[in-house]
Design a protein around this ligand. Structure first.
Ligand code: SF4
Length: 260
């Protein structure tokens, strides 16, 4: 695979994969995404996922080499000199900032949310079994089949959406925080600043969608109002805090997704 050639293909939207939710199975822009094209090539070849296969390491090596070449080319086109970067102090500073982000309240709260969701699904597993039995008995007595299938689909979808974003919210917030505090005010670079807003936006989208789906579960399982409301209050507080810390996140234009 020639990444440089792929990168030059105008059908791909530059950087689209940086601010998506990585849910490729549900993405409507797969044909415009270079990452998807690269992954699709791997998926056609099962040996590409076998770590004992020498070819996989050679391929990775080629990808890194081509990426470095692309970076150098871009830097030279933009007149940026990459050589003076003090790698040691940069890594030290980055690792300090990652630790700092780890201790941030947003990270603690988003981590807590993933635990709350895990515990809820674990402890409430039986309500899904009961619901399945209930819907099957309704089907058995000839109640509106389409309505029953719609309800089953909607519940399954709500669980899939919540599960998909549950960990991603934390990951995206960590990236947003790490990049937003990586440079001090004098060194702040507009690219990194905007990257943190972009990552915060992806986290907010995950939060919004999760709130909507928890609301749906609440409708289907009103007997679990208390436990679902606890989670909703927690996530809504997280949402408001993210909006406060990253006020421009909602306006960030994600390549591809927000151009349509
Ligand atoms: S842009 Fe779409 S296809 Fe590409 S990585 Fe993101 S979700 Fe997957």
């Amino acid at each position: 695979m020639d990444i440089l050639k792929l990168a030059g293909d105008p059908k791909f939207i530059p950087g689209i994969y940086n601010y998506c939710d990585r849910w490729c199975e549900r993405c409507f822009l797969t044909s415009r995404c270079m990452t998807y094209a690269i992954d699709a090539e791997d998926n056609n070849d099962p040996s590409a996922r076998d770590l004992n296969n020498r070819a996989i390491w050679e391929r990775l090596h080629a990808i890194f080499r081509q990426t470095a070449a692309m970076l150098n080319k871009l830097a030279s086109e933009m007149g940026v000199d990459l050589t003076p970067l003090d790698r040691e102090s940069l890594l030290e500073s980055l690792s300090y900032k990652i630790d700092e982000a780890d201790n941030h309240e947003l990270i603690r709260e988003s981590h807590q949310y993933t635990q709350m969701a895990d515990e809820w699904f674990e402890s409430e597993y039986s309500i899904f079994e009961h619901k399945e039995d209930e819907l099957n008995s309704l089907l058995g007595i000839g109640i509106d089949e389409t309505k029953i299938h719609c309800e089953a689909h909607s519940i399954r979808d709500a669980v899939e959406v919540i599960r998909w974003y549950q960990h991603q919210i934390y990951v995206k917030l960590k990236r947003a925080l790490t990049h937003s505090c990586f440079f001090n005010k004098e060194q702040e670079d507009v690219i990194f600043e905007s990257d943190s807003f972009g990552s915060a936006k992806v986290a907010l989208i995950g939060i919004d969608r999760s709130i909507g789906e928890w609301g749906k579960l609440h409708e289907y399982f009103p007997e679990r109002t208390d436990s679902i409301l606890d989670i909703l209050v927690h996530v809504d507080r997280l949402r408001r805090r993210v909006e406060q810390l990253f006020p421009q996140a909602r306006n960030f234009k994600r390549p591809g997704f927000d151009d349509i």
